[in-house]
Design a protein around this ligand. Structure first.
Ligand code: E4P
Length: 216
């Protein structure tokens, strides 16, 4: 399973990349706004820092505007994937962009039927938002499971990118469901590293080592 960081923070991305486990990044207009930096220099720096996929989102709502912005974003760096919202115009734009060889990610997906349409339009990735479905009392991961199964049944190449991940449990479930990618905040990546028994075990090893007076 690929791990993407869901952040536009260059410092978080640098740390994640240094860990050697980050395959890409997802951004969105809210995450970009949080950085309080001009868009172009920020995303150019992100594209340099992240060796893998960099997801950048359009803000236009109409097909023509989306296609225009998508082409501008894709021209920033060869590793850019363009995020487009799950709307009728988003589907039309994805169809056109796929035809021109531009990689796309259909975002704000909340159901399997939406994901089926994205695959038919030729999206490279589909992003079901797990946490936001959980927030309204649904089981977000059920949607991921349904999408993975439908794509497998028909051999769609669209990759399932489990988004709006809030916990290590979400990451485990996304893996069990067969999602190709899980995108997560940096705090969740840090949680994946930690286990209390690792800390307790390490302390015990070092205490015993110190008491023994041994040296490497
Ligand atoms: C995905 O691409 C989105 O940026 C993201 O996962 C949204 O997550 P949130 O619901 O935590 O904002």
């Amino acid at each position: 399973m690929k791990i993407f960081l869901d952040t536009a923070s260059v410092s978080e991305l640098k740390e994640g990349v240094a860990l050697g486990v980050v395959d890409g990044v997802t951004t969105n207009p809210s995450l970009i706004a949080k950085e309080k930096r001009p868009f172009r220099p920020l995303v150019e720096e992100i594209c340099q820092v992240v060796p893998g996929v960099v997801n950048l989102e359009v803000v236009a709502l109409d097909e023509e505007g989306m296609v225009k912005e998508a082409k501008e974003l894709a021209a920033i760096a060869p590793n850019v994937v363009v995020k487009l919202p799950m709307t009728k115009d988003g589907l039309k734009a994805i169809k056109r962009l796929t035809g021109e060889g531009i990689k796309t990610n259909q975002t704000l997906c909340f159901s399997a039927p939406q994901a089926l349409l994205s695959a038919k339009a030729g999206a490279t990735y589909i992003s079901p938002f797990v946490g936001r479905l959980d927030d309204i009392g649904e089981i977000g991961m059920d949607v991921v499971r349904q999408i993975v199964q439908i794509y497998r049944n028909y051999g769609y190449p669209t990759q399932v990118l489990a988004a709006s991940i809030r916990s290590p449990q979400h990451v485990i479930e996304a893996g069990l469901a067969g999602a190709h990618v899980a995108t997560m905040p940096f705090s969740v990546l840090e949680q994946l590293v930690k286990h209390p028994l690792t800390d307790i075990g390490l302390k015990k090893f070092l205490d015993d080592w110190t008491k023994s007076g041994a040296k490497i």
